[in-house]
Design a protein around this ligand. Structure first.
Ligand SMILES: Nc1ncnc2c1ncn2[C@@H]1O[C@H](COP(=O)(O)OP(=O)(O)O)[C@@H](O)[C@H]1O
Ligand SMILES: [Mg+2]
Length: 265
């Protein structure tokens, strides 16, 4: 099982769209995929027609036992989606009470890691959607994942905001035994605008090692997919947006393969 997370301390940058798009593309490759919604807003949960305001059980349940996770619990939280190879552990509004809570020394930072360990045989990939707030939920996502995708809008102010996320990651990396690989993913790219072109250039110059190979263009088909509650590749696998996410997926899979080969030597 491989765990990828998507995070940025800013809303509306394409986090949830990235999770849904990659989940669809990985599932299309024949992988069994779990999406974990850790954002109390529950956009990912709503996307698949579940209501974060009324769900009785959600990822919130994992956090109710002071950092301990019952072995049976994670499997009980799995919901079906419109794609038969994709399951969802939903978010509920109650998670907002955790969002801003700091991680103490009580093991609350490893809840997601422990929970996913119980699903090890069941899924090939887990994609975590995290909230825009650095609290217990985001820390759990960052601690559990092997790879992190940081979507950032190709506009000047969004890039300024990215500095905060990069500082957070430097801090997290000090606490991790294995370095967290992260990929800065330019989103909402519009090649007709100077703002987009200049922002992309600035991103490449500032983060030459972290910038993803793919650039996600503005594509209205993403909204059509969310209106229908299906992954974007199920509507049309050939749109610019889906193709760009395909490129991202392939580059992450290739990086994974390279690392496996290196550690096998
Ligand atoms: N590349 C894109 N092109 C056009 N619309 C997009 C794109 N990515 C996301 N969107 C739309 O923008 C809105 C915010 O995206 P979302 O993925 O929910 O951001 P976040 O999870 O970071 O808040 C959604 O309505 C989504 O459909
Ligand atoms: Mg979101």
């Amino acid at each position: 099982m491989h765990i990828w997370a998507v995070a940025n301390q800013k809303g509306g940058v394409g986090k949830t769209t990235t999770v849904v798009s990659l989940a669809g593309l990985l599932a299309d490759q024949g992988f069994d995929v779990l999406m974990l919604d850790l954002d109390p807003h529950g956009s990912l949960t709503s996307y698949f027609r579940y209501d974060p305001d009324t769900l009785e059980h959600s990822g919130y349940d994992l956090f109710l036992h002071n950092g301990q996770v019952d072995a049976e619990l994670p499997a009980r939280l799995l919901l079906n989606t419109s794609h038969d190879r994709i399951n969802l552990i939903p978010a509920s509004t109650a998670m907002a009470t955790l969002e801003r809570r700091a991680v103490g020394s009580d093991g609350m930072g490893l809840v997601v890691s422990k929970a996913l360990a119980y699903l090890w045989d069941r899924f090939d990939y887990v994609l975590i959607d995290s909230p825009p707030v650095l609290g217990v939920l985001m820390v759990n996502a960052l601690a559990a994942c092997e790879r992190l995708i940081v979507p950032v809008q190709t506009e000047f102010l969004a890039i300024k905001g990215l500095e905060r996320m990069v500082r957070t990651l430097a801090m997290i990396n000090k606490a991790r035994t294995k370095k967290l690989n992260y990929y800065i993913l330019p989103t909402f790219f519009d090649r007709r605008t100077q703002a987009s072109l200049q922002s992309l250039r600035l991103l490449k110059r500032t983060y030459p090692n972290e910038i993803a190979q793919a650039v996600i263009p503005v594509d209205t088909k993403f909204r059509n997919a969310s209106t229908q509650g299906v992954v974007p590749s199920a509507i049309d696998p050939s749109t610019h947006g889906v193709r760009a996410y395909g490129m991202l997926m392939r580059s992450l899979l290739a990086a994974e393969k390279r690392e496996q080969e290196q550690s096998g030597k």
